[in-house]
Design a binder for this molecule. Structure first.
Ligand code: SAH
Length: 354
């Protein structure tokens, strides 16, 4: 049993069941034993691999996208290039390398990394040592100074803790993590209906997923966008339209695992509801573009041309470069499973590629 398993069982035994939301928060963010304290989580040698770790082209193209958007935001002021949840710092490192080719832009960029995990911040500092843009780190978006800004976030929303509600006789009840008879953790359901609006057409046991952290993040972006122009790009796995069902998933060493075992040593995430994200953005006064499949977005940004150029300049790595690019746009994999949604403050035109 992991130390966090023990803490969670003791807490449930003493104070009662946890909501899925509180359970996921503890698993990912417990200050001593939470999953994101681990330095080795992301990458081939870790538990899961993300697009920037698969191919340098991902970060390069997002960098060029951010550069194009930055030039639309303001002509004279410095531009804040903000990444939320930068993992190992690979996306930002590749983005800044690509942005060096845009004349005059790199000197106007101020780079901000929003990262609550001290362990991952340490890795990002190493990756970005000597990078342009005077990188600064912040535990949350509210700490980034005001100014015109471009925000990017890859595979961050899926890691934000999730509420799950279960339908019972037309009412939604909080899904819980309880202690089973054998002493192991198990899922349960609260007896008391929650305040979520009842849905008459939901058959018993259907599951509704809500993510309070998405609304908080959108509110922080909208607040930035009220003072200065702001554009944001979210890339994540998820669905275009809100649907019911349990999408909580646990991954350990690239394999699916049990979300109720090995707390703190297993990655927990769940699909992003892009319709809910866009709805939240619009209710906060932002405009939303997309979502489009990752393959479409990367195609519009020139993934094929970039891969061809790289393969010519590094022939010994050509097979790897091609395989990485193809994986990003694979219609049977990441290319369709991942979606891209842009948000922008009012007054900005539709964002490129969306
Ligand atoms: N973007 C990276 C890492 C994805 S893993 C990549 O593509 O490789 C998720 C990242 O989000 C981690 O860096 C994690 O620490 C961070 N994260 C988790 N919760 C967060 C929050 N509430 N705000 C900002 N970042 C968060």
């Amino acid at each position: 049993m992991s130390p966090l398993d023990h803490i969670i069982r003791t807490e449930i035994a003493q104070t009662g069941p946890l909501s899925v939301l509180d359970y996921m928060t503890l698993c990912l963010s417990h200050p001593e034993h939470g999953y994101y304290r681990r330095q080795e989580a992301i990458g081939r040698a870790g538990d899961f691999i993300t697009a920037p770790e698969i191919s340098q082209i991902f970060g390069e193209l997002i960098g060029l996208w951010a550069g194009t958007v930055a030039t639309l935001l303001a002509e004279d002021l410095p531009i804040r290039l903000i990444e939320i949840g930068p993992g190992r710092g690979t996306l930002m490192s590749d983005a800044l390398r690509a942005l060096r080719v845009v004349p005059g832009l790199i000197d106007r960029l101020r780079v901000h990394l929003v990262e609550p995990s001290p362990a991952l911040t340490a890795i990002q500092e190493r990756t970005l040592a000597g990078a342009p843009g005077l990188p600064q780190w912040h535990p949350d978006l509210a700490g980034v100074p005001a100014g015109p800004s471009v925000v990017v976030a890859n595979e961050v929303l899926d890691a934000l803790p999730l509420r799950q509600l279960v339908a019972r006789s037309g009412c939604w009840h909080e899904r819980l993590v309880v202690l089973g008879r054998d002493g192991d953790l198990a899922f349960g359901i609260s007896d008391v209906p929650s305040a979520a609006p009842p849905v008459a057409d939901a058959p018993d046991d259907s599951i509704l997923e809500l993510r309070p952290g998405v609304d908080d993040l959108v509110a922080a972006i909208a607040a930035r966008g009220r003072a200065y122009p702001c554009a944001a790009l979210f890339v994540d796995y998820g669905h275009t339209a809100t649907r019911r069902g349990d999408t909580l998933q646990a991954v350990r060493r690239h394999r699916t695992a049990d979300p109720l075992r090995d707390a703190g040593d297993t990655d927990l995430s769940a699909q992003v509801d892009f319709e809910a994200l866009a709805r939240s953005a619009i209710s906060h006064g932002l405009e939303a573009d997309g979502p489009v499949p990752q393959a479409v977005f990367m195609g519009a940004l020139g993934v094929v041309e970039r891969a061809q150029r790289l393969m010519l300049s590094a022939p010994t790595r050509a097979a790897d470069i091609e395989a990485g690019a193809l994986r990003l746009i694979d219609p049977a994999g990441m290319g369709s499973r991942f979606k891209v949604l842009g948000l922008r403050s009012k007054g900005l035109g539709r964002l490129p590629g969306l």
